[in-house]
Design a protein around this ligand. Sequence first.
Ligand code: 5GP
Length: 202
Amino acid sequence: MNFLEEKILMDGTIKQGNLLKIDNFLNHQIDINIMRQIANEIKHRFQDVEVNKVLTIEASGIAIATMVGCLFDVPIVFAKKGESAIVSEDKYESLAYSFTHKKINYVFVSKPYLQATDKVLIVDDFLADGQASLALIDIVHQAGAQLSGIGIAVEKGWQKGGNILREMGVRLESIAIVEEMDWETQSIRFRNQPKCKLYRSC
Ligand code: 5GP
């Protein structure tokens, strides 16, 4: 079991509606030691590709992206979210349905921050249905930039995002892949790992 899977077992909670809550180390309070390990692992997995920009989406992706960007020593850009599209010439824009907030977000990056010469590593905290990643890929393509890959902390493997991205030929690396989880028993199974109970709920 890797460090992130261990941490999820230790501090995670499974919520109704297929939500994994890891607020005390990633989504509300940030455990800098775990964050450092996540960033090191993403850097390691993409050490053979060229990266000159890290791209994420506000808000939870920013912390991971910042640490990954530090390791690559490149700028970090975060796409902003809005309620409705204000079409403008100076932005790359896309749409993403939010799994957690159950609404469509308008997502944008101002044009000066992404260029055709950029080799972009997308980074995010979770991958579920792939909406956030697909919107960011769309924005990378609009800029004429190159996608170097996608680095994710936690992939929910039974949701469709991972399959969609891998079938598109995207280089996707997820540090922990949750294969199944059950709210009633607070049990979780990671890809290639036995099923375990979350320690906190024991
Ligand atoms: P997707 O766009 O892949 O459907 O969902 C990914 C986004 O939704 C992530 O940026 C993350 O913020 C949020 N998300 C999806 N599933 C979960 C979850 O189980 N727990 C948390 N904390 N966030 C999630």
